[in-house]
Structure formats: structure tokens, C-alpha cells
Design a protein around this ligand. Structure first.
Ligand code: SF4
Ligand code: SF4
Length: 281
């Protein structure tokens, strides 16, 4: 039987998820729980509590033998179901085979250079990714992975071999700060950063910066750690992301972004440590 992926969302044409136009595929389920997550409904898998069925204004959700079923044809994407879900999940999940997913990608073929899989944390569904990437490669499209680095990529060699490049979130260098943001330790994330840079598969590092966190320490330590690979000629972009409230859970919306002055200082630190491609977004 063909392996299936749990897909939260597909953006057919995206220009912010890697080089060129790409089809971005967001998989359901995450091993982190970052307080500033902009799509917290991707974090957990649905537990079929049925709380979202009656609030749906178009009756697009039904209980079929204890499983919530979503009718995408009648859904108006009002997202009321996501608002009422207390389990950081969504009933609007595509449970698709590789073949179904590839058919969707093929529709975008004249306009895209490749695909990017994101989440949630897409590497948790690595068997689906391996099967998907094998098919996507046959179409001469590139395959990028956007990951939180929370599972050991050295142990997923087949996935790494099939992936053209990775984009890695590093939320903080300091372990306590990383636990504060994600509820998980940072050690494996840093090991993955070093591993991906060493094999020249690290396209981009992303750090969300927040006023009050030690952003300077994070940018300084990460760029120093990876500078030896930059000297070897590996191209790694550092994307410094300003914290934004959009989509963040209400209880965590009190945080603010650093000042423009601090953001420019962070950029200068990365450049001083040898990074050439540093952007603030
Ligand atoms: S987004 Fe959710 S609540 Fe709104 S119509 Fe679709 S299934 Fe119903
Ligand atoms: S999406 Fe959330 S509210 Fe709806 S059935 Fe699943 S867990 Fe319950």
C-alpha cells in the first residue's frame, strides 16, 4: 500500500520558501511547541474529540465512525474549527498518498523550480518524504526541507541524500533559552547545523529574534560555529527574522521584536564572523 502523508496545507506557488518559485507543503505534527508558532494548529494530530463539528457554519465536518471527516468541497475556510480546537490541531488535513501529492505538484510544473516541505516538523514523516522526493526528482525538481532540527539527521541518511538543501530554524544558542522557546534542548539542533554545513546542504539558518532574549549571543555563537564551512566556500544564508504577533496564540502575544538598531547589530555580528548573505525580514 502506498505510504500516506498527513498534510495540513499546500501553497502551490511560494517565493519565500527557498530559491525561486516553489510548491510548499506543510505537514501536520511537530516535536516542538514554540510559543511564537504562527500556525499552532499544525503542532498536534487530531484526537477526534468532535468539538469542532457543531461550530462549522457549512456542516463541512462530520463524525464518521469516531473519525472527524472534512468535506473540502463545501468548506469556506473560515477557520472557526481551528479557533475552537483546544488540541493545537485541525480537522482540515489531507491524508494523501505520494501519487496524489505528486499530481498536485505536477499541476504547478511550468511555474516552479522545486518543492519545499515544512510543517509542523516534516522530518517526523520521513518515510513519506523519502517516497515523495524519489518521485519529485524524476520530474527534475529540487527538494528542500524546512526543519526545526529536532531529530538527528545523521540517522536519516536516505532523506539527507535525497534532499538538495535544508533550511534550519535555530531558535536560540543557549540551552535554557531554547527550552524557554521550544520546550526542547538545543544540542541536537546544533549538531544538525554542523552536520548539514559540513556536507554543504545547509541553505539557510533562520532565527526569530525577540526583545529581551540574548539574540546577540545566538547570532554570534552560531556564525562562529559555522564560519569554518563558510571559509571552505559553502554558501549559507543567515535569515534574521523579526518577531511578529500574527497567528501567535493570545496568551503569548505580549512579546515584541528587537529594535531596528539591534537587528542591524545582529547583522553586523554575522558579517564580522564571515557570513556574506545575511538578511533581516
Ligand atoms: S474552515 Fe472549518 S469551520 Fe470553517 S467551513 Fe471549513 S471546516 Fe467548517
Ligand atoms: S480538530 Fe481539534 S476540535 Fe476538531 S476533532 Fe480534532 S482535536 Fe477535536
Amino acid at each position: 500500500m502506498s505510504i500516506k502523508g498527513k498534510i495540513n496545507k499546500i501553497i502551490d506557488l511560494s517565493v519565500v520558501d527557498g530559491p525561486g518559485n516553489r510548491t510548499s507543503i506543510f505537514l501536520q505534527g511537530c516535536n516542538f511547541n514554540c510559543f511564537y508558532c504562527h500556525n499552532p494548529e499544525t503542532i498536534r494530530h487530531c484526537i477526534n474529540c468532535m468539538d469542532c463539528i457543531s461550530p462549522c457554519p457549512t456542516k463541512s465536518l462530520t463524525n464518521e465512525n469516531g473519525i472527524v471527516k472534512w468535506n473540502y468541497k463545501t468548506c469556506i475556510n473560515c477557520d472557526e474549527c481551528i479557533r475552537v480546537c483546544k488540541h493545537l490541531s485541525s480537522p482540515k488535513i489531507y491524508n494523501w498518498t505520494v501519487e496524489q501529492t505528486v499530481e498536485r505538484i505536477k499541476n504547478n510544473m511550468p511555474f516552479i523550480r522545486g518543492i519545499t516541505v515544512s510543517g509542523g516538523e516534516c522530518t517526523l514523516q520521513y518515510e513519506f518524504l523519502i517516497a515523495l522526493f524519489k518521485e519529485v526528482k524524476k520530474l527534475s525538481l529540487t527538494c528542500f526541507v524546512d526543519t526545526n532540527g529536532g531529530i538527528c539527521l545523521k540517522n536519516l541518511k536516505q532523506l539527507v541524500d535525497l534532499t538538495d538543501y535544508f533550511m534550519l530554524d535555530i531558535k536560540a544558542f543557549d540551552n535554557d533559552e531554547h527550552i524557554f522557546v521550544t520546550k526542547k534542548k538545543v544540542d541536537i539542533v546544533l549538531e544538525n547545523a554542523d552536520y548539514l554545513a559540513s556536507i554543504d546542504k545547509l541553505f539557510e539558518i533562520r532565527t526569530v529574534t525577540i526583545n529581551g532574549m540574548d539574540n546577540k549571543n545566538t547570532v554570534d555563537k552560531i556564525t562562529k560555529m559555522l564560519s569554518k564551512y563558510i571559509k571552505q566556500g559553502h554558501k549559507i544564508r543567515y535569515k534574521i527574522i523579526k518577531y511578529r504577533k500574527f497567528g501567535v496564540r493570545e496568551e503569548f502575544s505580549k512579546f515584541i521584536a528587537p529594535s531596528e538598531k539591534e537587528l542591524e547589530e545582529l547583522k553586523s555580528i554575522a558579517i564580522k564572523n564571515g557570513f556574506e548573505d545575511v538578511i533581516i525580514v
